[in-house]
Design a protein around this ligand. Structure first.
Ligand SMILES: Nc1ncnc2c1ncn2[C@@H]1O[C@H](COP(=O)(O)OP(=O)(O)OP(=O)(O)O)[C@@H](O)[C@H]1O
Ligand SMILES: [Mg+2]
Length: 370
């Protein structure tokens, strides 16, 4: 799939922008603080209806303005459709084919995106929360129903934690209510866990193949899902539900004592191993970067398998950080099939072969020049 046309209104430092993109490689060049990441972010927001950099939608509105609008024309499996995101101080509207989609799960997934940015190094090094966000976003864009279950889970979890606090402070003694919430929460948790296990299993095969390629065959990458309960990848949601129920029962007194939910998908983690060693603990900077890159490239293949079209790839400021071999490997992997956006402050770090094929956009203070 590809974005053919993009228009921005009052989006960050872009007052007005209307641009046609190449369906293969687009290189965005500009000095620091001119709007390269803002442009990538706008494409990301068009796909996910939220930014990869902030949870505050209002920050996307140009200063002194009261709304921001992103419009794009997307080709997917040879069909064209418009997408639109509008943000005001009051909220956000997402339109697919000019029709507002009230539920995010009806919007996300129309435009599929894989992004690789400097902060993705944190995928390996950072907190579990970052890895959970990664897996949630990725499953969400290929299986929108997942977003629904996640939303329900978070909602019930909040109610449950609130009640646990009340029980802890003895402002309530409603254990029946606690058990009702637990049961409701388990229903969604079991589905979330089953889908996460499945995703990791499928991503693993691709990621290892890609990682071996990038490391010239000397490193194997393994991915594992680390749950807070005693279940494994081969368990189906019924079994997962049973184990969750048993574990919650055992932990009830402790959860009341602590005033919070101690197990469940919101506490789980992902673990990456290179040649059987935990990359987070033992990996070099280069190995951590390669791991993150392999995961992202693996996603491209996984999305293709799932929806029968390639996603769009956004490479913000990362290409010049890869050595020549890794750069060529990356570009060979996507060659000709994935619409790619590459941003950089200087063409020096980018392979001349890439530049020859690319459409080049120069950005200066929120405008495309030349
Ligand atoms: N809501 C906003 N309204 C207007 N300008 C904004 C808004 N948010 C950010 N900016 C400005 O946008 C500018 C460009 O930001 P951006 O992150 O896109 O730069 P960049 O070209 O990616 O730079 P770098 O090479 O340093 O990564 C920043 O200087 C910032 O001041
Ligand atoms: Mg930037």
């Amino acid at each position: 799939m590809y974005i053919q046309q993009l228009s921005l209104n009052h989006y960050r430092n872009y007052d007005q922008l209307s641009v046609q993109f190449d369906d293969k490689i687009n290189v965005i060049i500009g000095e620091n603080a001119q709007g390269k990441t803002n442009l990538m972010e706008a494409i990301y927001v068009l796909g996910f209806s939220k930014s990869h950099r902030t949870t505050k939608d209002k920050e996307l509105i140009q200063w002194e303005q009261n709304y921001a609008k992103i419009e794009g024309s997307v080709f997917k499996r040879k069909q064209q459709f418009p997408l639109e995101i509008q943000i005001t101080n009051k909220g956000k509207k997402a339109k697919l084919n000019h029709l507002e989609q009230k539920r995010l799960s009806d919007y996300i997934g129309a435009l599929n995106i894989v992004m690789f940015a400097p902060e993705d190094l944190n995928l390996v090094k950072g907190s579990p929360q970052i890895r959970r966000r990664f897996i949630d976003m990725e499953i969400g864009q290929i299986q929108p129903i997942y977003i629904y279950h996640l939303g329900q889970y978070v909602k019930i979890l909040k109610q449950r934690n609130h009640l646990l606090k009340q029980l802890q402070k003895r402002k309530s003694n409603d254990l029946t209510m606690l058990r009702v919430l637990t049961e409701q929460m388990i229903e969604h948790a079991a589905i979330i866990l089953e889908k996460r296990f499945m995703f990791m299993k499928r991503l693993r095969t691709w990621a290892n193949e890609i990682h071996r390629g990038i490391s010239r065959g000397i490193e194997d990458l393994d991915l594992q899902y680390a749950p807070t309960i005693d279940v494994s990848e081969t368990d189906e949601k019924e079994k997962i539900g049973t184990v969750l129920a048993e574990t919650f029962e055992k932990l009830e007194t402790k959860e009341v004592e602590r005033g919070t939910s101690l197990i469940g998908p919101h506490r789980d983690d992902l673990v990456f191993y290179v040649n059987n060693k935990n990359v987070q603990t033992f990996g070099s900077q280069g190995q951590q970067r390669t791991t993150a890159l392999s995961l992202k490239l693996a996603e491209i293949e996984l999305i293709y398998q799932e929806i029968n079209d390639y996603p769009i790839l956004l490479l913000d400021d990362v290409l010049s950080e890869l050595d020549d071999f890794r750069q060529s490997h990356l570009l060979d992997t996507i060659e000709g099939k994935v619409q790619t956006f590459v941003s950089t402050t200087s063409v020096d770090g980018i392979h001349h072969q890439t530049l020859e094929k690319a459409e080049i956009f120069r950005i200066d203070n929120g405008k495309i020049i030349d």
